[in-house]
Design a protein around this ligand. Sequence first.
Ligand code: ZN
Length: 351
Amino acid sequence: MVDLENNMQKYAGLIIRTGVNLQKDQTLVISSPVECAPFTRLCAKAAYQAGAREVVTLWNDEQLSLLKYRHCGLDVLASYPDWCVQARMQYLNEGAAYLSIAAEDPELFAQIEPEKMQLAAKASHTALREFYDATMSNRNSWCVVSAPTAAWARKVFPGCADDGEAVNKLWDAIFRTTRVYEPDPVAAWAAQQRDLRRRIQWLNEKRFHALRYRNSLGTDFTAGLARGHIWCGGAEETQEGVPFIANMPTEEVFTTPDKDRLEGTLCSALPLNYNGVLIEDFSLTFERGRVVSFSARKGEDTLRCLLDSDEGARSLGEVALVPANSPIPQLGILFYNTLYDENASCHFALG
Ligand code: ZN
């Protein structure tokens, strides 16, 4: 127990220092599931130790969300209250840093009609557009991390005797992959960042015309790379020049594909968690840059919803490469959480 507490503190410190890179007198806003409160408090403590002006917490609870999806009318699901937008925008405008703790039961929403989930997702995305645009353009520093919840841990480690054992195992996997067990995690992250920058520089010098993919599941795919594409990855900088890491872990380098030169079939090696539903063993076939057919062994309706969600959803916005020797593929654990699983394998982003 002492060790767990110790490592949780190291992890919280790493997130505040290397992740959001909180500056003295800066406010930190934390979004967190209520179940992660003990860890959220450690993050708040680390933030105050780093000189935070104030730590503000926005709690969420997926069991309450489930009740809402079950019982509320479509008009409620299709609306997003102004005060929730205000709560985010006010701190954003004051220059706050944002930490999001992402932890979900991967299958909690499987019984809810995908149209309902889509409606609510669209409403919040539309209402929070200014907030997302500002974070995506790095106006303020932000960071997404994970911490275990019992339901998530049981899904990753179904063989465990009880919740406690599963949660401890998931903590262990998180500490391994975020380099918390290193004697100096901050220095270990700095070394990994140098390594990523070296790869990015090499890729940018090569100016590849296209990437060719094959796997044993049936993938045979060519992604043309956009003219003038730039490879990115690892640490980013705020508009004021403060470096931060938006995703912990992050092992990928990524760039923009040519939207007209995507040809062939992609077969997923890992499931995709979308709106609380797992899409498993799916494939997408592209012609001239657009998905023309698709299938999924599980979650096909959700995949259809995703592909029909807007104009661009049948195209690709990102191609990403992940080294086979980084900690997540080495561990060989399926996390059912995109933050982790996208760092286990080369991947693509729809839309
Ligand atoms: Zn990615």
